[in-house]
Design a protein around this ligand. Sequence first.
Ligand code: AMP
Length: 115
Amino acid sequence: MSETETIFSKIIRREIPADIVYEDDLALAFKDINPQAPVHIIVIPKQPLAKLADAESQDHALMGHLLLTVKRVAKLVELNNGYRVVINNGPDGGQTVNHLHLHILGGRPMLWPPG
Ligand code: AMP
């Protein structure tokens, strides 16, 4: 697998199943397979960007779109009492899939610090 060819690329191409909750031209959102909260959704760009640290100024609009997608998806799944958004970046950030993704966690009060 190349750095940009991940399990998430396969989900985008519908080669493996996922519980997709939202899709538009630039982004896809699906339920995490190993949820860490009652609601745990992954938002990804369709463009294969490995991690946040790889984003450049030309990705400015995409980055904004992903955050607004988080807001839209959270509303869609009725996380009306709040939620947490997490981006794990690189090995020390706990990133295990090398395709940029935003975690939406909700359905219970979140703890802080996250550890
Ligand atoms: P991270 O540790 O930030 O890289 O998060 C990767 C996330 O992707 C983890 O929470 C995994 O549970 C999730 N994940 C991995 N494979 C799948 C899959 N096939 N469908 C849905 N979520 C997945």
